[in-house]
Ligand binder design. Structure first.
Ligand code: FE2
Ligand code: FE2
Length: 353
């Protein structure tokens, strides 16, 4: 079908609302999914995959003889449903020297496959162990260098963006629209170590800065530590504070506390724990609080048995609209299993000075 808006030969890219709507119109005039797929010029499985990626019911639901979408209330999804967004949330990933950055490449491949509209990095991507005040002067501190910390984070971003950049090179070569999600970064207390040391030692002003991490150069929108950014009705921050003392919200029921204190959907990192709470407003709108865990495999000696409490993974939020969403928690083992076999570069920042 010549006038179908689908970009031919690109079955893996996320379809636009207009493309889905056009496909539904074809399905409503077809007896089988295969018949509609043939009219579009793709396979049935590609058509099913396109609907799945958009969070839609199976294409078969829209066939003339089998329309069950909306169970008789509506024959096709509304404009609002077609505008649902997908958010991909990456909690504390703590890149540091001596620890493999393979996990960042898994993220890049996951993003290429799922094409979220917004990627939110909740901060503490940089561990900055050379600026730790916790174990300064102890044996565990030996060998730490600011330069190596920075190199590790830059390497992590290169690994993260490489699959995405490669995808865009391929799309550009084919004359297709590029994949341009919004990349959002809310800085964590570990990045803020740089600001604190400059504050404590003003002579370092102009020498060390958060800018050394090159977050903005790599394409992130950067928000300061403890600041918030609201995206599609969800407030994101590394760590939320409340009350006149501006104390960080935490504790055993942190997710519930987020919605109780802020009256809207909030997602935070920082504690490395996973927690989720949902409350319902009088008008039926859901308010969702989330603490998203962490994204690294190594054990931290300072945390001792707390390592066992941490949840390690990422979150894909489907059907995001006005602060409401359907969360999908994906463990780091899941990403490693699915993307760890792809080509991985040797990346561990060497311990030499
Ligand atoms: Fe943190
Ligand atoms: Fe952290």
């Amino acid at each position: 079908m010549d006038d179908f808006p689908r970009r031919s030969g690109d079955p893996s890219s996320k379809w636009s609302p207009e493309e889905i709507e056009a496909a539904i119109q074809l399905l409503e005039l077809s007896e089988t999914v295969a018949e509609a797929a043939e009219k579009i010029g793709i396979t049935s499985s590609s058509l099913r995959d396109a609907f799945r990626r958009r969070g839609m019911p199976s294409p078969s639901c829209f066939l003339e003889s089998n329309s069950v979408w909306g169970r008789g209330i509506s024959s096709s999804p509304t404009k609002q449903e077609l505008s649902w967004k997908t958010h991909f949330v990456i909690p504390d990933s703590h890149a540091k020297p001596g620890i493999s950055n393979d996990r960042y490449e898994w993220l890049g491949h996951f993003i290429v496959e799922h094409r979220p509209d917004v990627v939110i990095n909740l901060g503490d991507m940089a561990d900055m162990e050379s600026l730790s005040s916790y174990d300064r002067g102890k044996k565990s501190f030996e060998g730490r260098r600011y330069r190596k910390d920075i190199e590790s984070v830059i390497n992590a971003q290169k690994r993260f963006f490489e699959p995405i950049n490669k995808l865009n090179e391929e799309l550009e070569a084919q004359g297709k629209p590029l994949y341009k999600p919004r990349f959002v970064m809310t800085l964590g207390n570990h990045e803020d170590r740089i600001n604190r040391i400059v504050n404590d030692s003003p002579e370092l002003d102009g020498i060390l800065s958060v800018g050394d991490l090159q977050y903005e150069e790599f394409g992130w929108e950067v928000y300061p530590y403890m600041d918030r950014v609201v995206v599609d009705g969800i407030a994101y921050s590394h760590c939320f504070a409340s009350g006149v003392m501006n104390r960080p919200i935490g504790g055993e029921h942190a997710a519930a506390a987020l919605v109780k204190k802020h009256y809207m959907s909030c997602t935070a990192g920082h504690s490395h724990l996973r927690d989720f709470a949902e409350r319902t407003r009088a008008d039926g709108v859901k308010i969702q609080g989330m603490v998203a865990g962490c994204y690294f495999e190594h054990q931290e000696s300072y945390a001792s048995t707390a390592n066992l409490l941490w949840w390690r993974g990422v979150v894909l939020k489907h059907h995001v609209q006005e602060g409401q969403y359907e969360p999908q928690f994906l463990s780091i083992e899941n990403l490693k299993h699915n993307y760890g076999r792809k080509k991985i570069k040797s990346d561990v920042v060497q311990e030499t000075d």
